[in-house]
Design a protein around this ligand. Structure first.
Ligand SMILES: [Zn+2]
Length: 253
């Protein structure tokens, strides 16, 4: 008799055990995803980031003001650090840099763009890692795979050495993709916030940005490359509806 009841009892215990384990795992998953998507967590991760339209951002760290690709900006706080992704005029704009540059400003620029500026310039190529004024910065590849100026000539050729940047500000890792398509190197990007172009034509479409978002290890995505000429906010909204990663559309300042 014992031999018949024990196996059944064991089975029941195992089933209860499995159910409890599944419950714990489910609870863990729920709290983890709520953590990434909750309004307070999103606000924490984006609190330093100001979108100035197109690919322009100002990031306000503790005691440091950083701009990326300032373009058609109104006067703002002076910069400690300016990052330039490539030499196209909507990214490397001397007249906009002049609005926020002072004698102590450091400009980090892809080699092709450096000659457009004066002052403290640090040139970078994809793969470079540097630390400037306490900010760790990594230059990563940015190029086209299927957007062509003329047959066989991409708008952003890989051999031009254009870049995106990964920088850590107040403990948050921010990836600015630059002008790029969804490229395999994105699989090795780990960040909290990914700034991704969505306009198409010269860069990723919203659909391609959704593919990129799924490749990148990121908690949230902020769309860019719209709002000042190319693309429209509808592209950003479209990414939000199709992306498997939470998307936050920042107000344009
Ligand atoms: Zn460009």
């Amino acid at each position: 008799m014992k031999m018949k009841t024990h196996p059944k009892a064991k089975t029941v215990y195992i089933m209860i055990g499995l159910a409890m384990t599944a419950g714990i795992l489910a609870a863990g998953n729920i709290s983890a995803s709520e953590g990434a998507e909750s309004p307070s967590e999103t606000a924490r991760m984006t609190s330093t980031i100001h979108w100035l339209g197109h690919d322009s951002f100002r990031i306000d760290g503790d005691g440091i003001v950083i701009y990326i690709d300032p373009y058609k900006i109104t006067d703002g706080p002076k910069s400690d650090l300016i990052l330039i992704t490539h030499d196209h005029k909507d990214h490397a704009s001397p007249e906009d840099v002049a609005k926020i540059q002072h004698s102590e400003t450091t400009i980090v620029a892809a080699s092709a763009a450096a000659a457009k500026f004066q002052g403290r310039i640090q040139t970078v190529k994809p793969g470079d890692k540097l630390n400037i004024k306490g900010i760790s910065i990594e230059a990563v590849p940015a190029y086209n795979t299927n957007k062509f100026r003329s047959p066989g000539v991409p708008f952003h050729p890989q051999e031009s050495g254009y870049v995106g940047y990964i920088l850590t500000v107040n403990g948050i890792r921010i990836y600015h993709a630059g002008d790029t398509d969804a490229i395999p190197e994105m699989k090795s990007v780990h960040c909290d916030v990914a700034l991704l172009p969505v306009s198409g034509i010269y860069v990723m479409t919203a659909e391609e940005a959704a593919t990129a978002a799924a490749m990148i290890h990121t908690k949230i995505v902020i769309p860019m490359h719209v709002g000042k000429g190319t693309g429209s906010l509808e592209d950003a909204e479209r990414l939000k509806t199709i992306s498997s990663v939470p998307v936050t559309i920042l107000p344009m300042e």
